[in-house]
Write a protein that binds this ligand. Structure first.
Ligand code: HEC
Length: 151
């Protein structure tokens, strides 16, 4: 009896372990689905960031992310996305450290989102009301830096 109970306990521990690993590692497939509408995505993918990913340029993006564009209020200091914002529409504001998500997006798609927002969600349009196009490209560099393990 004792060993059965211990077996069940071990199974439960293993289950909880894998369930939590799953939460961290495997992104919700819905998060990976493209956000740019099908009729615009091919063009958006051709847009290239005019700025190289240097520490100085990433820092400019970092200041904007934490400052005037207030990205940090939804995306969090660590870029993992805050899940506790009441009434927020859209899938959890992304985990920018998720390598699968990073790999599935081109820079131009992220830039498109900054221009147009993610339709039907609380990810709003930031260009041109809050950011210039140049500033948006610096923020894209910063968003990318979460995927390199640095920020
Ligand atoms: C009001 C909260 C909020 C703010 C402020 C905000 N975001 Fe978002 N963001 C979201 C939500 C919610 C989503 C998920 C939308 C979805 O499910 O498509 C998102 C998604 C994104 C995505 C992912 C789109 C994709 O292709 O998967 C990027 C990139 C992004 N935000 C960048 C930014 C940047 C950069 C800023 C600051 C300029 C910012 N966000 C400000 C809420 C916010």
């Amino acid at each position: 009896m004792e060993s059965v109970r211990r077996g069940a306990c071990v199974t439960a521990v293993i289950w909880v372990f894998f369930a939590s690993v799953n939460l961290v590692v495997a992104a919700d497939p819905k998060v990976l689905m493209p956000r740019v509408p099908a009729d615009q995505i091919e063009e958006a993918k051709t847009w290239q960031n005019p700025y190289p990913s240097t520490p100085e340029n990433i820092e400019i993006g970092e200041k904007i992310f934490h400052g005037k564009a207030f990205c940090v209020t939804c995306h969090g200091k660590n870029g993992k996305g805050l899940g506790n914002i009441p009434g927020l529409r859209g899938k959890l504001p992304r985990n920018f450290t998720d390598k699968a998500w990073q790999a599935t997006r081109e820079d131009g798609e992220l830039f498109w989102i900054l221009k147009n927002g993610s339709p039907g969600t609380d990810m709003a349009s930031f260009v041109p009301l809050v950011l210039t196009e140049d500033e948006a490209w610096f923020v894209v560099l910063y968003v990318r830096s979460f995927g390199h393990g640095g920020n």
